[in-house]
Design a protein around this ligand. Structure first.
Ligand code: ADP
Ligand code: MG
Length: 682
């Protein structure tokens, strides 16, 4: 019998372990079971080297849940009293290091160095016993016992077979772990791919409508997960099956990458590309990080670039430091290399698909573009790797690389200032007529209908350089989107222009947070009579405001729309002619007065010319003010005449409503009114 003190300097380390060592108490099970697995693997190593000559036999690790205890039993190499003293009593003196030192080359699969494993048992136990017998011939079995104080007892014990039983006497505040189902759940989480069979309880079976226990062991794990196998031996079906094993609820993955490096770090794993249809599908925490087949975490932030967290699968590496903070992780040189390696592998795989089968790549593009775009936006390196293969899609569903697309539009979409204009639409349905206007002019229109595309456009403009610009098809009339020659002058006279813009302007609806500015331009006889556009600049500012805080200023501003009347269109011409006929009698006297006032105004202005403020008499100032206000009265009167005329003109209303309808701005009562009016007109 030996009594002694565990070799730590602090008098009472256990409260510390209990509270601070691990935030997740449940990992005690992972630690104890992985020690059992380590002990088993070590024995296998010794056996293969001929240093252990006995029978290995059944090596299953068994986890048994009793009334007050959880017992983890293995048939690994066991410990002598001296080894207990060395490996258990000296806290944090890990036997794994010794072993690794000695068997550097064979012992690749030792989980040990995760940390202060064994003592995590005290997070949930009031007492822990180790009953163990070394594999060495004639070894004496021993029992170590400790109740959570620094004192322990070590005595001889009876144990027939080699190996170790760890018995945890569960604390009153951890009783939830005394359920077999809870323990099975934890084993499934952490031990699902451990390399030695782990059994807990018996398999269950449905019999006569009841679930009954069979006499077969309930083995928790798959000891040879796919990522540990040689890629050359595997078929597509194997990868798909493994994906289903990992994510039973997911659609089939599109493709995958088998990772396998030995130098300068160890890393294996399989990354799957899921189909990402919308931003809603974006789910992080789908990559599981393992360390020698022990589950560590499903949060790989800091270990792989952010966009990679959209992938699914498994990464297994003993070279990722796991006991450190996330911010430290990002600066760790191994982690940086790992992150770079994975990025490269992913880029290589995508490039390979692109090169081998362009059609196949195109068919997958819509499902991977979110991932690729996200990567290009956030990682400079990844942009550089993708810029030759990333695709753009036009509104007809054709795909182009950046280079191909540039070639395509260079001839037709360069404006008079040598700017290359990329036209795009965000919605094929609602922007249909604008797309049509552009394509019938021989232009190509890109479809950029994903919410990430706002950012993608910004990125591409920056990358493509100064002379490339993106314009949404509905941001201006087609002639102004890409200005070829200096625009031809308006075919209308000033007075006509004033008349037609007032007639229509007076009838624009009051829509909350929307301002309309009416103008007339010759758009050709075949173009629509009225078009509503929203400037690219304003819309972008608003889009940005929507995703970025601190830009509320733009968010608060009303949407400003340009209403363009096509002065070439016969309906606009006939409104103009009719308005002239109907209003001229009323307008004439007002207009005459206005002309006279204007005359007077310019006279007064002339008198003031070159004079300083104090040289102008009070009389002159009063005259000026009075003329100004009379002019604005007359102008209002003219506007009123047009408004009154326009109010009774069904064509004006119909044309405005059609334009609104086309932009999805005609709703509710206004829409009902439009329908009623249209029926009447028919
Ligand atoms: P680590 O696993 O990182 O080495 P632990 O605290 O988990 O640290 O374990 C300390 C040491 O105790 C192990 O390295 C091993 O030598 C020994 N040990 C723990 N559990 C067992 C076991 N079931 N069988 C044999 N040795 C064990
Ligand atoms: Mg351990």
């Amino acid at each position: 019998m030996q009594n002694g003190k565990i070799g730590v300097t602090t008098e009472n380390i256990f409260p510390v372990i209990k509270q601070f060592l691990y935030s997740d108490r449940e990992i005690f099970l992972r630690e104890i079971v992985s020690n059992a697995v380590d002990a088993t693997q070590k024995l296998r190593t010794l056996s293969s080297k001929g240093e252990f000559k006995g029978e290995l036999g059944d090596l299953t690790v068994r986890v048994t849940v009793g009334k007050d205890t959880i017992t983890v039993s293995d048939r690994g190499l066991g410990m002598t009293a001296a080894e207990i003293d060395k490996y258990i009593n000296q806290i944090a003196f890990s036997g794994a290091n010794d072993f690794l030192e000695k068997y550097k080359n064979e012992a690749g699969a030792i989980i040990g160095h995760l940390g202060l494993g064994f003592y995590s048992a005290f997070m949930v136990s009031k007492k822990v016993e180790i009953i163990t017998k070394s594999y060495q011939e004639g070894a004496q079995a021993v029992k170590w016992s400790c109740d959570g104080s620094p004192e322990f007892q070590l005595t001889d014990a009876d144990k027939a077979d080699r190996g170790t039983d760890i018995i945890l006497y569960i604390d009153d505040d951890s009783k939830e772990y005394l359920q077999e189902s809870a323990i099975q759940g934890l084993l499934k989480k952490y031990c699902r791919f451990l390399p030695v069979s782990i059994a807990c309880g018996k398999k269950k079976e449905w019999k006569d409508g009841k679930e009954v226990e069979t006499d077969q062991d309930n083995v928790i794990n798959n000891v040879e997960p796919l990522w540990t196998k040689t890629p050359g031996d595997l078929k597509d079906e194997d990868y798909k099956n493994f994906y289903r094993e990992l994510y039973p609820m997911q659609d089939e993955p599109m493709f995958w990458i088998h990772l396998n490096v030995d130098f300068p770090f160890h890393l294996t794993g399989i990354l799957y590309f899921p189909k990402v249809k919308s931003n809603l599908d974006l789910q992080k925490n789908r990559i599981h990080l393992y360390c020698n087949q022990v589950f560590v975490t499903d949060n790989v932030e800091g270990i792989v670039p952010d966009f990679m967290t959209l992938l699914h699968g498994v990464i297994d590496s003993p070279d990722i430091p796991l006991n450190v903070s996330r911010s430290y992780l990002q600066s760790d040189s191994n982690v940086k290399k790992i992150s770079g390696y994975i990025t490269k592998k992913v880029a290589d795989r995508l490039t390979q698909i692109f090169k081998n089968d362009r059609k196949d790549f195109e068919s997958k593009w819509d499902d991977v573009k979110l991932f690729i775009n996200y990567g290009m936006l956030t990682e400079e390196d990844f942009y550089a790797k993708m810029e030759k293969i990333a695709l753009m899609k036009d509104t007809e569903g054709k795909y182009f690389t950046f280079e191909e697309y540039k070639k395509l539009i260079e001839g037709s979409q360069t404006d008079k200032d040598k700017n290359l204009i990329y036209l795009y639409a965000t919605d094929r349905e609602t922007q249909y007529s604008y797309i049509e206007a552009a394509t019938s002019k021989g232009y190509s229109v890109l479809l950029m209908d994903n919410s990430l595309d706002v950012a993608v456009i910004g990125m591409l403009e920056q990358k493509f350089g100064q002379n490339s610009r993106f314009m949404r098809v509905d941001s201006d009339t087609v002639d102004k989107l890409i200005v070829k020659d200096d625009v031809k002058g308006n075919s209308l006279q000033d007075s006509e222009l004033r008349m037609i813009t007032k007639v229509f302007g007076s009838q624009m609806p009051k829509i909350e947070k929307a301002d309309f500015h009416v103008d007339a331009q010759p758009l050709g006889e075949n173009a629509l009579p009225v078009m509503i556009t929203c400037s690219e600049y304003m819309r972008r500012m608003k889009d940005m405001a929507a995703i970025q805080s601190g830009m509320n200023f733009y968010g608060e501003m009303p949407d400003m729309y340009n209403v363009v009347l096509n002065s070439d269109h016969k309906l606009i011409k006939s409104v103009l002619a009719d308005a002239g006929k109907e209003c001229n009698d009323q307008l004439k006297p007002v207009q005459d007065e206005l002309d006279a006032l204007k005359e007077r105004q310019s006279q007064l202005r002339k008198e003031r010319e070159g004079k300083k403020d104090d040289e102008i008499t009070a009389q002159q100032k009063d005259d000026m003010n009075s003329v100004d206000s009379q002019i604005s009265d007359k102008e209002n009167a003219i506007s009123d005449i047009y408004a009154k005329y326009a109010q009774g003109n069904k064509v004006v209303h119909e044309l405005i409503d059609l334009a609104l309808l086309q932009n999805g701005m005609l709703k509710g009562e206004a829409l009902a009114k439009f329908i009623r009016r249209s029926v009447e007109l028919i």
